[in-house]
Design a protein around this ligand. Structure first.
Ligand code: NAD
Length: 495
């Protein structure tokens, strides 16, 4: 494996441990705690990194606060900040092969998918840098007898806790609007996948972004993550992860009266009408549940299919899913990599078992997969279950390459089944009849509805969830940038 790694990647991974990035310095945690990161494709340890805790978080928040108050970042004209951010985006593009190698190795995703994530990060940074240049921050307000205006200013230190499924992509989606608006940030990446975020900090420094504007503390959720969400120096918080932890972060922010954005899990549905091209739709849905090995919060995990095409669609999807090439992310033939950890593999297998015990039909049997040469890797086979929509596998988020198929009779039956979910992140509608597709898309209760596609994220379109899928705004749109600007009004009585 080491022969195919770039020398920069070998050098980066060989630090014992990889330190944290605080106040522009690379520092080890005074706790002395060291954590390990594994290659999910081989099960082997690939790097050690510093295990930060509340002390490191405090240092990072102080550094970010100093950078906000004393460095020119917040005071720069939007155009001048955009110059730094464009430089950072260019460096991300330039180092894409290195970042993609690190991401693929740490998460297990196929190399081309990791490269796609890196390209998206660069595009996101440019999108917010440019948007900020043209955003009006001063609006005169027409009121009788007063001179009044509203202004928008950055909050200060913003905290971010991220999950392991798209580590670098989510850093880009999260911090790009905060930085463009003039805030400074403290990031706590997932303990399973901190490596690309740490490498990214080298690019932040190389772009000339002032020390303390971006800080990264690597550590466990219960220590570093909890300390960040509770820190009184945080002025705005963003959490991406499970609803269970989202509640804890929300509670901590509530106690400090800090605005919080929660991007949580999902149980996305695809509603498939009888006028679709069955083969093409089956291929798209099989692609949706195997992309990133199904570890995608918004993907199509419930297939709500018109009864007349149910069997054909299941058969075609099963053919495609059972022939997908499962392998290590570095192998060119790989179409689907491992899940991120043994814990995650057990979660997926456990849900399949519980679903079957509760009476689900096994339409395509999943289970653990053995990849020759990588017997210790965390591989699973795609699976399809079907039957009652009350089954646990249809209700709860599994986060693996699986879908639960339920037949529907008519449009209102389909809408009712989708909206039974306690989640509300994203759904899709598949039909040749655009009038119907648009009507159903609007009737589904979620932050996002897609038509004749699943997993669409063009920059400029807001993406976020409701219900158990989150609250407090989404990502990748003008609203997100405004979210990182605090409103303030200024009024004077006219003589
Ligand atoms: P998780 O909630 O277990 O962990 C997410 C992060 O929270 C990690 O960095 C973890 O260290 C940290 N954490 C754990 N305990 C904490 C605590 N007490 N206080 C503060 N932080 C703590 O989630 P995960 O398993 O890493 O990720 C999978 C989940 O993320 C799924 O539910 C998925 O749907 C969701 N997700 C949502 C989106 C979205 O945009 N809505 C995107 C990606 C993932």
């Amino acid at each position: 494996m080491s022969q195919i790694l770039f020398p920069e990647v070998i050098q980066f991974l060989s630090q014992q441990p990889i330190p944290q990035f605080i106040g522009g310095q690379w520092v080890e945690s005074p706790s002395g705690c060291v954590l390990e990161s594994r290659d999910p494709g081989s099960g082997r340890t690939i790097a050690q990194f510093s295990g930060g805790d509340a002390q490191d978080i405090d240092q990072a928040v102080r550094a970010a606060h100093r950078a906000f108050r004393e460095q020119p970042w917040a005071g720069l004209a939007p155009n001048d900040r955009a110059v730094f951010l464009h430089r950072l985006a260019d460096l991300v593009d330039k180092h894409s092969p290195i970042l993609a190698q690190i991401e693929s190795l740490d998460v297990g995703k196929p190399l081309p998918q990791a490269a796609g994530d890196v390209a998206n990060v660069a595009a996101t940074i440019r999108y917010f840098a440019d948007l900020n240049v043209y955003m009006r921050r001063r609006e005169p307000i027409a009121v009788r007898g007063h001179e009044a205006r509203s202004i928008r200013v950055p909050y200060g230190v913003c905290g971010f806790v991220f999950p392991w499924n798209f580590p670098l992509l989510l850093v880009g989606w999260g911090i790009a609007p905060a930085l463009a608006a003039g805030n400074t940030v403290v990031i706590k990446p997932a303990e399973d996948t901190p490596l690309s975020t740490l490498y990214f900090c080298h690019l932040v420094a190389a772009a000339g972004i002032p020390p303390g504007v971006v800080n990264v503390v690597t550590g466990l959720g219960e220590t570093a993550g909890a300390a960040l969400s509770q820190h009184p120096g945080i002025k705005r918080m963003s959490f991406t992860g499970s609803p269970e932890v989202g509640r804890l972060v929300g509670e901590a922010c509530g106690r400090n009266l800090v605005p919080v954005k929660l991007e949580l899990g999902g149980k996305g549905a695809a509603v498939i009408f009888d006028d679709v091209d069955v083969d093409a739709t089956a291929a798209a849905l099989a692609g949706a549940i195997t992309f990133n090995t199904g570890q995608v919060c918004c993907t199509a995990t419930r297939w709500v299919v018109h009864h007349s095409i149910h069997d054909r669609l299941v058969q075609r999807a099963s053919e495609l899913l059972s022939t997908i090439h499962i392998g290590h992310g570095y192998e060119a033939a790989t179409q689907m990599g491992p899940v991120v950890s043994e814990k995650q593999r057990q979660r997926v297998l456990g849900y399949l078992e519980r679903g079957e015990q509760e009476g689900a039909d096994v339409l395509l049997r999943g289970g653990a997969a053995i990849v020759p040469g990588h017997e210790q890797g965390f591989y699973v086979k795609p699976a399809l279950l079907g039957g009652s929509p009350d089954n646990v596998a249809c209700r709860e988020e599994i986060f693996g390459p699986t879908a639960y198929v339920v037949p529907f009779r008519d449009e209102s039956h389909a809408v009712e089944m989708v909206n039974r979910s306690t989640y509300g992140l994203a759904n899709s509608v598949w039909s040749g009849n655009l009038e119907r597709a648009n009507r159903v898309a609007e009737a589904l209760v979620a932050g996002n509805s897609w038509i004749n596609a699943h997993n669409l994220f063009p920059h400029g379109v807001p993406y976020g969830g409701c219900n158990l899928s989150g609250m407090g705004g989404g990502v990748n749109s003008p609203e997100t940038l405004i979210d990182y600007l605090r409103p303030q009004s200024i009024v004077r009585p006219l003589p």
